[in-house]
Ligand binder design. Structure first.
Ligand code: SF4
Length: 348
């Protein structure tokens, strides 16, 4: 199949929805003919909500000095990881605000202490956190990543990409790293042999052309580095944040997911977001371009702060996948399969 151009991607946003979803489902099946949909067991640990960035779309952060600001202790973090490991977690997604005082040494000590106790993949610290930690530690990004990687940071989540167009970033998150800094962190991670995911948060007032620019930047970087294991598009959650935008509907979500699958021919895995969309839409996503349902989210605070609260344990996630007509399989961060549960037998 010929590669889709940016103009064609833009046109796809106007295509009849059922046909678009069918095409994306077909593209997904060509990459994943085995009719298996995957999930990971992990825990999101938000080590601090104190943040100097003040993104307009964020309902989670507190300014330094706020009475409701917190930093978790090492013991609290260990306890959360212990609970997660006991539930079968293979991955810890540790992310937090851009704290003015937590420098590279704080994270090194924490990661070493975790790796000494637990056999988990530290899929942690988004690119803006890396840029921030480097800045307050007086280091460059490369040195910071090398130190963190040596201390136990395995791979990077794609958070903080939002839309990789500086006009949009200047409007919604003016103090966060620029698009080129985000890309530079991922490129540097790739050069160190680390893997990462890529995300897109849409529905923040950007144009469709901005969304296409974003996925084009991701496709270009993937051609160059092969750093990304997966792409995860999810819509902005307007509750409790400064950004006054209506909620993105399910059609826009499914359309954006489908265009992403068709455009990103060099990324194997596209993740559906049940946390923001709920189970029913996530099931449609599984036959419309997504081959992965993400994580059990033993703990989730960031989307919950925006007033969106969908909860599912492992058996519910398996049920969701199986009742959509697929076998369910637990996977690792790097998409290696751990175990498989067959699809539900159809009745009658
Ligand atoms: S999205 Fe992240 S960087 Fe932005 S305000 Fe929230 S916690 Fe801070």
């Amino acid at each position: 199949m010929n590669r889709i151009s940016t103009d064609e991607a833009l046109q796809l946003f106007d295509a009849p929805l059922p046909r678009l979803l069918w095409s994306a489902g077909k593209a997904c099946d060509e990459k994943h003919p085995e009719r298996v949909r995957t999930y990971v067991i992990d825990r999101n640990i938000n080590y601090t909500n104190i943040c100097v960035s003040g993104c307009k779309f964020c309902a989670f952060y507190r300014e330094p000095g706020s009475e409701t600001g917190y930093v978790l202790t090492t013991q609290e973090i260990h306890k959360k990881i212990r609970e997660a490991v006991d539930l079968g977690a293979t991955q810890i997604l540790m992310q937090g605000g851009l704290h003015p005082d937590l420098d590279v040494t704080w994270f090194e000590k924490l990661f070493v202490s975790i790796k000494n106790r637990f056999d988990v993949q530290m899929h942690s610290l988004s690119a803006p956190e890396i840029v921030h930690i480097a800045k307050i530690s007086g280091l460059d990004v490369r040195t910071t990543l090398i130190r963190l990687h040596n201390a136990g940071l395995d791979s990077l989540p794609g958070g903080g990409a939002e839309i990789l167009v500086d006009n949009v970033r200047t409007h919604v998150s003016p103090k966060k790293c620029s698009a080129s800094q985000w890309i530079d962190v991922m490129r540097t991670a790739a050069s160190l042999g680390m893997r990462a995911t890529a995300t897109m948060v849409f529905g923040m007032g950007e144009t469709l052309a901005d969304r296409v620019s974003h996925i084009e930047a991701i496709r270009r970087l993937q051609d160059e580095t092969n750093v990304f294991t997966a792409f995860i598009p999810w819509p902005f959650q307007p509750g409790n944040s400064e950004l006054d935008r209506p909620s993105t509907g399910a059609h826009d979500y499914l359309r954006t997911l489908a265009v992403s699958r068709l455009f990103l021919d060099n990324i194997d895995n596209i993740q559906a977001s049940w946390v923001t969309q709920g189970a029913e839409i996530a099931q449609i996503a599984l036959s419309s371009g997504a081959n992965d349902i993400g994580s059990t989210m033993i703990e989730e605070n960031v989307v919950a702060a925006a007033g969106v609260s969908h909860k599912m344990d492992e058996s519910q996630l398996i049920d969701l996948i199986r009742s959509a007509g697929y076998a369910a399989a637990q996977r690792t961060t790097l998409y290696n399969l751990i175990g498989q549960k067959k699809p539900r037998a159809s009745r009658g």
